[in-house]
Design a protein around this ligand. Structure first.
Ligand code: SAM
Length: 277
């Protein structure tokens, strides 16, 4: 487990993943009934963008920094910006909230957060961040045994985020298998799975996603940040799969991704696609 999210915090992948997370959680809070937010790879909760790790690649400068600098944005993006704004007020205050801290902003009395992080030190940091929150439960387990053990949750309504580090070549196949196991145990849950895009046509990943035969209305969102450089294994885009998407999500995501293409991507190289899997 060499992956450290601090190097990538606030980059374009975080913007996409966390923006969609906000739209789903916002929808879940529209009903009185409580929800569970389950995060299989939770990270450390929040990130100091002045830290050595984040300062190195400064990925946030190609991501959240540009979104926060816009004079105004559509409502679909503002929900996310409002939450990040609690942590990010450049140039002095430069923190970025990870997925669990973003989820905490939507939590009401009747809701619950279940967070899992396998890395021993990161898991301790995460526990520390949430130590005063009785509705937040932190675990240190391997996501691949943790998720099936936690499902179905109580209450039986909620969002499951699957956000692996993709250090292993086969991790997309493994993550899709985990997603399928989740659906088998908790069919009505909303699932959000993130994966990296390294090839402009993205055919290999799409093939793996299709082979999983997900429920018929699963959404597949793709954001292309730039064209690949020759012989490079660089991240050029970001993909998410949403199983059981709330009904307005397709249109909301289109607005969100359009904003990303306009604001973040390399001139003339950005693109977005929304398909049903
Ligand atoms: C992409 S980061 C998570 C970022 C976080 N979800 C966010 O959006 O703020 C992936 C995390 O998974 C952790 N991890 C790696 N292997 C794991 C495993 N088998 N089970 C659970 N966590 C794991 C890493 O330590 C890392 O913190």
């Amino acid at each position: 487990m060499n992956y450290r999210h601090a190097y990538h915090a606030g980059g374009f992948s975080d913007v996409m993943k966390h923006g969609i997370e906000c739209l789903i959680l916002d929808y879940l809070t529209k009903k009185e009934k409580g929800f569970v937010y389950l995060d299989t790879h939770a990270g450390i909760g929040h990130y100091d963008l002045h830290s050595d790790e984040s300062s190195r690649g400064q990925e946030y400068r190609q991501g959240i920094h540009k979104i926060m600098a816009l004079p105004s944005v559509p409502e679909e993006v503002q929900i996310y910006r409002d939450i990040v704004g609690h942590y990010y007020d450049a140039p002095q205050k430069l923190f970025y909230p990870g997925s669990p801290l973003i989820a905490k902003h939507f939590m009401r009395e009747q809701d619950k957060l279940i967070l899992n992080e396998f890395h021993p030190e990161d898991s301790q940091i995460l526990k520390q961040v949430f130590r005063r929150e009785p509705q937040v439960h932190c675990h240190q387990r391997d996501a691949y045994e943790f998720l099936p053990a936690m499902l179905p949750p109580e209450p039986r309504r909620g969002l499951i985020l699957i956000d692996p580090p993709y250090e292993e070549r086969q991790e997309l196949s493994s993550a899709m298998k985990l997603l399928k196991q989740g659906i088998d145990k908790f069919a009505q849950g909303v699932y959000l799975l993130w994966y990296p895009i390294k090839d402009y046509r993205n055919e290999t990943a799409v093939k793996i996603l299709k082979q999983a035969r997900l429920p018929a209305d699963s959404l597949h969102l793709e954001y292309f940040h730039q064209k690949p450089e020759t012989d490079s294994n660089k991240l050029i885009g970001s993909g998410v799969v949403v199983v059981n998407p709330p009904w307005p999500l397709k249109e909301q995501a289109a607005v969100f991704l359009e904003q990303m293409v306009k604001t973040l991507s390399k001139a003339g190289e950005g693109d977005q696609r929304i398909t049903i899997l």
